[in-house]
Design a protein around this ligand. Structure first.
Ligand code: AMP
Ligand code: ZN
Length: 115
């Protein structure tokens, strides 16, 4: 846990958030500034700053996150129509919270390329 990290504080229950799903390895919360009808953030409980900090020890964790994302997409009914999983890395990638997370965007037609 990083004491000045927003997502560590949310995972610890110290800052309120709307939690959609949680287990021993991750939390899934609603984004406070949604960019689609469904905009969830999949956040590992462990404080990993960026995708560049992942190691082979995290392979199971990342696989688990993607499986949870797919399960949620099916449960919410937009798996077949389509959705997007996004990871923003560092400033030019658009990262604003330095705790690894994946955006799950669904329930609208998404444009490509992204901005
Ligand atoms: P990124 O820009 O990829 O680092 O994503 C960070 C995301 O966190 C943004 O989409 C923000 O809208 C979202 N966010 C920031 N603060 C909160 C919060 N307190 N609760 C939920 N989502 C947040
Ligand atoms: Zn953190």
């Amino acid at each position: 846990m990083s004491t000045d990290c927003l997502f560590c504080k949310i995972a610890a229950g110290d800052i309120p958030a709307t939690i959609h799903y949680e287990d021993e390895r991750l939390i899934v919360l609603e984004d406070i500034n949604p960019q689609a009808p469904v905009h969830l953030l999949l956040v590992p409980r462990e404080h990993i700053p960026t995708t560049l900090d992942l190691t082979s020890e995290d392979n199971d964790l990342v696989g688990h996150i993607f499986q949870v994302a797919g399960k949620i997409a099916r449960e919410l009914g937009f798996a077949d129509s389509g959705f997007r999983i996004v990871n923003n890395c560092n400033e030019a990638g658009g990262q604003t919270v330095w705790h690894l997370h994946f955006h799950l965007l669904g329930q609208r037609q998404l444009a490509w390329p992204p901005g």
